[in-house]
Write a protein that binds this ligand. Structure first.
Ligand SMILES: C[S@@+](CC[C@H](N)C(=O)[O-])C[C@H]1O[C@@H](n2cnc3c(N)ncnc32)[C@H](O)[C@@H]1O
Length: 245
């Protein structure tokens, strides 16, 4: 696989839009606030970070790294914060210059953005980075293929690093389902559910009917809740603790 950076257009000066998908990476109404509303609050974060030794977040679509860095900011404000593993996937990794421009719109993230860009050198397959003490495991390639290579920690995990701990929270952040159906694929969401621990949660900005059905078929219990910036609905969910949950 050769790496292909996205072809971008910049809306309102600093909101990247992928020409190949005809969609923006985050809301023009405010990317940082959207991340906090949809992905953090939607997954009960930062509250659920308290009292944990380790915490695992997984994401479909690393994009600009905005979700990752916003999570690191939240983590910094948690006393005795857990060791974070952040697993993400990206088929079209941005160049360092593209990241710099996209993240430059968020002064609050500037220090962490520099830390990310300093170690950013995406290679096909698995990239293991350390950003401000968090472990960033990023699969460069198609999430539908790479997810099959992830093993959960355990005596039989057989992977070099012994696998990952079960996912506590998912950020489902593909481009809109109509434009990027592959990242909302039924088999991909089933694979995500298999990697999720009991009680693990998900959040996504879309409430598209077929995405909800794929999530339910994968075994998640879901509900609609209020979306960001005038969007009536988004979806949150969890993997039941027990059959009866
Ligand atoms: C809405 S953007 C993600 C925004 C990102 N979470 C952020 O914080 O900036 C969707 C991302 O999914 C990526 N993507 C689309 N299809 C993919 C696939 N099949 N496998 C992996 N990544 C994919 C796109 O290249 C894009 O970066």
């Amino acid at each position: 696989m050769t790496i292909k950076a996205p072809d971008l257009e910049w809306l309102d000066g600093d909101v990247p839009r992928a020409q190949g998908f005809d969609d923006t990476y985050f809301s023009r109404a405010g990317g940082l606030e959207e991340t906090r509303h949809v992905f953090l609050k939607g997954n009960g974060l930062p509250g659920r970070l308290h009292g944990r030794d380790t915490f695992t977040i997984a994401e479909f679509g690393f994009g600009t790294g905005l979700n990752f860095l916003t999570t690191l900011v939240a983590l910094r404000n948690v006393p005795d914060a857990p060791a974070l593993t952040f697993l993400s996937f990206e088929l079209y990794p941005m160049t360092a210059d593209q990241l710099r421009r996209a993240l430059g719109a968020f002064p609050e993230l500037s220090e962490l953005a520099q830390d990310l860009i300093a170690v950013w050198n995406p290679e096909p397959g698995w990239n293991r980075l350390n950003v401000a003490g968090a472990r960033l495991l990023i699969g460069i390639g198609d999430a539908r293929e790479l997810i099959a290579e992830i093993r959960l920690q355990g005596p039989e995990s057989g992977t070099e690093e012994g696998g990952i701990a079960p996912v506590d929270a998912w950020y489902l952040d593909g481009f809109s389902p109509a434009k990027n159906p592959g990242l909302w694929d039924a088999d991909l969401l089933k694979a995500a559910a298999r990697l999720t621990g009991p009680g693990g949660t998900l959040a996504t900005y879309t409430a598209a009917g077929w995405v909800r059905r794929n999530l339910q078929a994968a075994g998640f219990t879901i509900e609609k809740t209020g979306g960001f910036a005038g969007k009536r609905e988004m979806v949150v969910g969890h993997k039941p603790d027990t059959e009866e949950d």
